[in-house]
Structures are given as structure tokens and as C-alpha cells.
Design a protein around this ligand. Structure first.
Ligand code: SAM
Length: 256
């Protein structure tokens, strides 16, 4: 075993060291890329404790939201899988700064992930302690309290309440009630890990994504089920757009 493998092994066993290392890497990437962009730098310092996505993914969310504002693509910013609100807060901050009046919709159970299914593969089964019936029942993993997302959006970022809509509950229960009101979508950000959650949102809401809008798959390279759902959806709809890589795992595409 090489010294690097040994070091990685020690890190894997010690989650606190791992978290510290991740935070360190996040800060180094932020400093290297955005020290000369004071607005973005200050915003990202506020967002970091409220997101589990890496710097490159968050930076991509920021740039795509700015593009949507510059090009005046109509529709809301919507995130499915919000946790403590970091990525959603990023989109809300961009919309607020642009004074476009664009709405930001946050969808989450705020109870963590539901059970995966066999389509999500062995890693997901291990992660859920073999609860793989697909029930909409929390496995108590990745629980982000709604109060944390509200604190970030309303107290820290000072986004006006009327610009944000929070839909608490399983997507499969909330979407049918608000689908019509949600209307056009300029950014559809999917960050809910499992096959069923990803496929459901795509099937229900893809039609509502505006031409020129973006669809982001945070978990495409991380979770087997998410990748399966996206690939199946592309095949079923005969979509030919290229999935653009963000950091080797997350991807996005622009609806034509
Ligand atoms: C990986 S976290 C989201 C990370 C977040 N976007 C960020 O900026 O760090 C996944 C979230 O998806 C939510 N979630 C997953 N499947 C869901 C479903 N079917 N309905 C509602 N919420 C779901 C979980 O509660 C959890 O908060």
C-alpha cells in the first residue's frame, strides 16, 4: 500500500478529518477562483455552511443562474432536494440581485431521503441499511431542517419572502398540487439522489422547462439510480443534447 492509499484509508475512517479536508479544499478552490470577484466571494462564504455540494458545482449553479438572468429566459428557478438551502440560496441571491422578480421554488421533505429501490444499486442499499422498498419514508440520512434553509434565505441572504416558495413534503405528494402554479421553469435543479425521485420530477416537469433553460443533475456520477433515470428519460424522449460535465460527477444540459 502506497503512502497515498494509507493516507486516504485514514481519512475514510475519520469523518471529522474528512469533513475538515473537504472544507479546506472548498476554501482553497474559492480563494483561487473568486478572490478577485468580491460579490461572489462574499456570497459563497455565506452559502458554504448550508450546502453539501462542492465549490465547482455551486459555482456552476451561480454562472447558469446569471446566464438565465442576462438572457432573460423566462421561468422560475426550482430545486428538488434542498437540504439546508445552499444551492437554492445561490439561485435566489442571483435572481434578487438581478431584480428580475423571478421566483425560486424549494422542494424537500426536510426529513431526509426516502427509501431507495433496487434500481439504485448496492451502494444505495448499503447507505439505507438495506431498506430498499421505495417507500416514501425517511431513512434518516441527509436531513436538512427547514429552519436552516429559511435562516439562510430570509435572515442571511435577505431574500424577500414573496420571491421564495417552499414546498415541504415528498415530491410525489407536493408536485401534483403546485405543478400548474409553478408554471415555466428556467432552471430545474435535481439533487435528490435516487432513481424514483429523479424520474418522477423529470416526467412531471420537463415539459415546463423553458427553451434555453437548464436542467442540472447533481448526482449523475454519484448515484447509479440517478444516472439510470436520466439515461432512460433521454432514451424514451429521444433527447440528443450533450450532458455537459461540471466536476466529473454532476452534469447539466440546455433545453433547446
Ligand atoms: C443531497 S441533499 C440536497 C443537497 C442540497 N441541494 C445542497 O445544496 O447541499 C438531498 C435532499 O433531497 C431530499 N429528498 C430526496 N428525495 C426526496 C423526495 N422524493 N421528496 C422530497 N425530498 C427529497 C432530502 O430530504 C435531502 O434534503
Amino acid at each position: 500500500m502506497g503512502i497515498l492509499e494509507l493516507f486516504k484509508g485514514v481519512l475514510r475512517k475519520n469523518t471529522k478529518i474528512l469533513a475538515l479536508a473537504r472544507r479546506g479544499r472548498w476554501m482553497v478552490e474559492l480563494l483561487a477562483a473568486d478572490f478577485v470577484h468580491p460579490d461572489k466571494f462574499a456570497l459563497f462564504l455565506k452559502l458554504r455552511p448550508y450546502t453539501m455540494i462542492g465549490y465547482k458545482r455551486l459555482s456552476s449553479v451561480y454562472e447558469l443562474a446569471r446566464k438565465i438572468e442576462c438572457e432573460k429566459i423566462p421561468g422560475a428557478f426550482a430545486e428538488f432536494g434542498v437540504w439546508k438551502g445552499g444551492a437554492a440560496g445561490c439561485m435566489a441571491a442571483v435572481a434578487h440581485k438581478a431584480r428580475s422578480g423571478r421566483k425560486v421554488w424549494l422542494f424537500d421533505s426536510f426529513e431526509g431521503l426516502p427509501e431507495p429501490t433496487e434500481k439504485d444499486g448496492e451502494l444505495a442499499a448499503d447507505f439505507s441499511s438495506q431498506r430498499t422498498s421505495g417507500k416514501l419514508k425517511t431513512i434518516e440520512k441527509l436531513v436538512g431542517p427547514r429552519e436552516d434553509a429559511e435562516r439562510l434565505l430570509f435572515s442571511i441572504l435577505r431574500i424577500p419572502g414573496e420571491q421564495v416558495r417552499i414546498e415541504e413534503g415528498w415530491f410525489q405528494n407536493t408536485v401534483p398540487h403546485v405543478k400548474k402554479e409553478l408554471g415555466r421553469i428556467a432552471i430545474l435543479r435535481l439533487d435528490a439522489d435516487w432513481y424514483e425521485s429523479t424520474k418522477y420530477v423529470l416526467e412531471e416537469l420537463y415539459e415546463q422547462v423553458a427553451p434555453g433553460g437548464y436542467v442540472i443533475f447533481d448526482d449523475y456520477g454519484d448515484w447509479e439510480g440517478c444516472r439510470k433515470a436520466v439515461d432512460e428519460f433521454f432514451a424514451e424522449r429521444g433527447l440528443r443534447q450533450r450532458l455537459i460535465p461540471i466536476d466529473g460527477f454532476a452534469v447539466y444540459f440546455q433545453k433547446l
